[in-house]
Design a protein around this ligand. Structure first.
Ligand code: ADP
Length: 499
């Protein structure tokens, strides 16, 4: 394997890359794609090809759906706790292979290895175990109807074959957010990782086989949105599609769902989240919080707090502190000794983000930090310095559109009414933050802001027990918590004549 960074990789990581996983995982077997095609997945830190991966076409999707359909009755009918036990076993295996999975995640996605190892991987198993615990706790209810001599009860039943389409920013974690509740509830699954980051999902497939999942319960298809993702969205025998990604693709998936079989969809889409610093907050903590709210994962997070609203009285102080902190952030490849911000995912993404920065400058937003690409040893990768803009015109594209890169837009506000109006003046509604010591102000904002998650004096926490999802064009459906099980089940009402 050439062009790998200087790092002592686990032998299993190198072997996995050498084997170059050119096959699809269908019915517990590795099969050659009927398309006959492969595509390259690259290391965003140096643009080098990491592996050639199979490209699934519509015929491959058909084969995976057939396997998942065949597996469904036995899987749905299994004693629920036994399904849970298999998911717990998978979590144990993921723990055992965590170092390899973290290395593959950093190679494929670019994120710092420390983050993959201490962030992504522990979360993967925490979420999987939480959902595994639901398997034998999915209950119906008895219903007190108005008819005499009728006993009425409900059952929560699985939907059938579920498709999961995953983005590239948290490849394995997002896969587990969907795999956990889908399989715990008795559905079978076709998982499509993003074409930029297919490696950990393929590794996961092998672990699932080792854990003892019956053939067809989990199938992994690699390929781009077109044709692979689209063939899933259009498939008449996929009962539900769970999607995380951009709002534009989410809309296309809903359209395909409507035209094919009215499959259920859950959509976790883009964001342009407002994060607010009031003058009465713990300012150093708020600055640090605001900094990480935007720049973790190089800004490639759907919840990124990209619009920072600062109360006028502390505006200069916050800007000064933020730009000083941002100037100290180390941008480097993910295996570097010290790194805060890794590369962006792809050349296209780098171009897009750089385009927003150039346009913002021309449109009159003031650039206070960053804005440039990195040269020298990193010029082949997709690196961009953390960037801070100050602005006053809410209609700027960089204020309205999701950039998905390390770009913060900071503005001043004078009072709460103005703040709420401006914070809500976006098509998105995924998340929001507020920093203040005034408990009343904090809750007023939390209730008025149109967002699925609000953090008070913190930012970015996600937990398997806490429902997560969007308002407005950030999508619908709640992942995590008990709500996640609702996404993957349907209610049947049974009437029994007791006369
Ligand atoms: P991003 O802009 O963050 O790359 P996308 O929404 O383009 O996000 O991609 C997220 C996931 O959606 C990926 O797995 C991608 O392959 C898939 N995808 C892209 N286009 C389509 C489509 N037309 N139908 C179904 N899936 C798609």
């Amino acid at each position: 394997m050439t062009n790998l960074p200087d790092y002592s990789f686990q032998p299993a990581t190198l072997k996995f890359l050498e084997d170059s996983p050119k096959k699809l995982f269908i019915n517990n077997e590795w099969v050659a794609p009927q398309s006959g095609e492969t595509f390259a997945t690259r290391n965003p830190a140096n643009a080098a090809v990491l592996a050639e991966v199979a490209l699934a076409n519509a015929a491959d999707v058909d084969a995976a759906v057939a396997a998942a359909q065949a597996a469904f009755p036995a899987w749905a009918g299994m004693i629920a706790g036994e399904r849970g036990a298999l998911l717990f076993k998978l979590a144990d295996l993921i723990d055992q292979h965590a170092d390899v999975l973290a290395e593959l995640e950093t190679l494929d996605n670019g994120k710092p290895i420390r983050v993959a190892r201490r962030g992504d991987l522990p979360y993967v198993t925490k979420h999987l175990r939480y959902q595994a615990g639901w398997a034998d706790k999915i209950e119906g209810s008895t219903v007190p109807v108005t008819f005499p001599n009728q006993f009425v009860y409900t059952r929560r039943e699985p939907l059938g074959v579920v498709g999961a389409i995953i983005p590239w920013n948290f490849p394995l974690l997002m896969a587990i957010w969907k795999l956990g509740p889908a399989l715990a509830a008795g559905n079978t699954l076709i998982l499509k990782p993003a074409e930029q980051t297919p490696l950990t999902a393929l590794y996961l497939a092998e672990l699932a086989r080792e854990a003892g999942f019956p053939p067809g319960v989990l199938n992994v298809l690699t390929g781009p949105g077109l044709p692979t993702g689209a063939a899933m969205a259009e498939h008449a025998h996929i009962a539900k599609l769970a999607f995380t990604g951009s709002t534009s693709v989410g809309a296309r998936i809903m359209e395909a769902a409507a035209k094919s079989n009215l499959k259920r969809v859950s959509l976790e889409l883009g964001g342009k989240s407002p994060n607010v610093i009031f003058a009465d907050s713990d300012i150093p903590a708020a600055i640090r919080g605001a900094q990480w709210a935007v720049f973790s994962t190089a800004g490639q997070e759907c919840v990124a707090g990209t619009r920072l609203f600062v109360e006028r009285g502390v505006y200069d102080q916050v800007l000064e502190g933020l730009t000083a902190n941002v100037g100290k952030m180390v941008v480097d490849h993910g295996f570097a000794e010290k790194v805060h911000v890794g590369p962006l995912i792809s050349a296209e993404q780098l171009e897009r983000v750089a385009g927003y920065i150039d346009e913002g400058k021309k449109a009159g937003a003031e650039i206070l930090a960053g804005g440039e690409r990195l040269g020298d040893g990193l010029k082949d990768g997709y690196f961009l310095k953390p960037t801070v803009f100050s602005y006053s015109d809410d209609s700027l594209r960089l204020v309205q559109e999701e950039i998905f890169g390390p770009v913060a837009a900071v503005t001043a506000f004078d009072d709460e009414d103005e703040l709420i109006a401006r914070a809500n003046a976006t098509q998105y509604g995924l998340a929001a933050g507020v920093w203040t010591r005034d408990i009343g102000k904090a809750h007023r904002y939390a209730h008025a802001v149109q967002a699925g998650t609000v953090w008070i004096n913190g930012y970015g926490m996600i937990d398997p027990a806490a429902p997560f999802g969007g308002y407005k064009m950030s999508g619908f459906g709640r992942e995590m918590g008990k709500e996640a099980i609702d996404l993957y089940t349907q209610v049947k009402t049974v009437w029994v004549n007791t006369q």
